[in-house]
Design a binder for this molecule. Structure first.
Ligand SMILES: Nc1ncnc2c1ncn2[C@@H]1O[C@H](COP(=O)(O)OP(=O)(O)OP(=O)(O)O)[C@@H](O)[C@H]1O
Ligand SMILES: [Mg+2]
Length: 365
């Protein structure tokens, strides 16, 4: 069993605290992604788990053992870095077997484990090549192979795909997912790419400034973001968010435009409250061109001018002007639109989010 528990984990560099006492329970064989903007503490947290950074406070358990003071090699983990860090003078086979050789495993066992890993990753034909003669995706696979042969209880990944071009990144993402299905192991995966996190992880941890903002399944963090920050971070294109003041059952924006307070929030707000109103692009659509709205009575219709469009083939992103800003909407079964055209728009308010301007917290939860 290799669950990983972070208990009030703190990291300080001198007087500067960069991870502020985070709590996280990763279950055995769970795939957890850490996401968040640059500098929020993802790599630092992962490196503390790996044993590459001393822990300044709190405790870290792998299995049921406190490992704060154990060196990396005794933690039963394997880490895959963005840079792959392959040995250039060694063949793929030697790279993959190196840690076992250092660990003085018998040659027959090394061969067996390396062959198993190469079969899982489809590397058989490349085993005698050196890294310089491999593509980026192949190097990435070797780096994973090197991690697999060690049969760790926990895999740690730090942005393993960010050196690859977009197409290869998507392919490798699928391979990592298949790999986790074949070799079910606890995985902690750092990325700043929220789509990677959404597609790979059982649960996502959204970090910000050394804190955890929310932990949840991809569905939870998408549908029920706990904070305004999470709402803006998860989802592409991002959620439309605009501040408003509650007044007599309406949300009044700074421009003077208004929307009705969505039904589900009526009892949670009062006149004078400052809220941030959020609606995803999927939930604003040219009338007749959206996913079917469950409850038609929650749909607010308003004619608005189109500013620009981004046709994507099967759908078009339509930017419309409202409340002094551009709102992104999604048009299914698109037809041609002209800039400046007035368009009947549907706002599905049953899907709306409200956040307190003061605390950033969702008023839903
Ligand atoms: N050796 C160090 N000394 C001082 N501060 C550091 C050191 N390493 C990292 N930091 C700081 O710690 C914070 C967290 O850094 P970290 O590398 O964990 O961010 P990250 O979330 O991985 O970001 P990125 O997405 O850019 O990789 C940053 O503010 C960074 O400047
Ligand atoms: Mg990092």
């Amino acid at each position: 069993m290799a669950q990983v528990s972070l208990k009030k984990l703190v990291k300080r560099y001198g007087a500067l605290e960069v991870v502020h006492g985070i709590d996280l329970e990763v279950k055995d064989r769970e795939f957890v992604a850490l996401v968040g903007p640059s500098g929020c503490g993802k790599s630092t947290t992962l490196r503390m788990i790996a044993g590459l950074e001393p822990i300044s406070g709190g405790s870290l358990e792998i299995g049921n053992t406190v490992v704060n003071d154990l060196p990396p090699r005794d933690r039963n983990i394997s880490m895959v870095f963005q840079s792959y860090a392959l040995y250039p003078h060694m063949t793929v086979r030697e790279n993959m077997g190196f840690s076992l050789k250092i660990g003085k495993r018998p040659q027959a066992e090394i061969d067996r484990r390396v062959n198993e890993a190469s079969a899982i990753l489809g590397l058989e034909a490349l085993m005698e090549r050196r890294p310089a003669h491999l593509s980026g995706g192949q190097r990435q696979r070797v780096a994973m192979g090197r991690a697999i042969v060690r049969q760790p209880e926990v895999f740690l990944f730090d942005e393993p795909l960010s050196n690859l071009d977009a197409k290869l990144r998507t392919q490798m993402r699928t391979e990592i997912k298949k790999l986790h299905a074949k070799v079910p192991t606890t995985v902690i995966y750092v990325t700043h790419d929220q789509i990677e996190a959404m597609t790979l992880a059982d649960r996502i941890v959204i970090m910000r400034d050394g804190h955890i903002e929310q932990v949840g399944t991809p569905d939870e963090v998408f549908k029920r973001p706990a904070t305004r920050f999470v709402a803006g971070f998860i989802g592409s294109p991002p959620m439309n968010i605009e501040e408003a003041t509650v007044k007599a059952g309406t949300l009044v924006f700074a421009s003077g435009d208004s929307l009705p307070v969505p039904e589900q929030f009526r009892a949670r707000v009062k006149d004078g409250d400052r809220v941030a109103f959020g609606l995803r692009p999927d939930d604003i659509f040219p009338t007749g061109h959206g996913l079917s709205a469950g409850d038609a009575s929650a749909v607010y219709e308003i004619a608005l001018p189109v500013s620009i469009t981004e046709p994507l083939g099967n759908e078009t992103l339509v930017f419309i002007e409202f409340a002094g800003r551009e709102w992104v909407s999604r048009m299914l079964n698109p037809r041609g639109l002209k800039a400046g055209e007035q368009l009947a728009m549907s706002f599905d308010l049953s899907q709306a989010h409200l956040f307190s301007v003061q605390t950033g917290k969702s008023l839903t939860i």
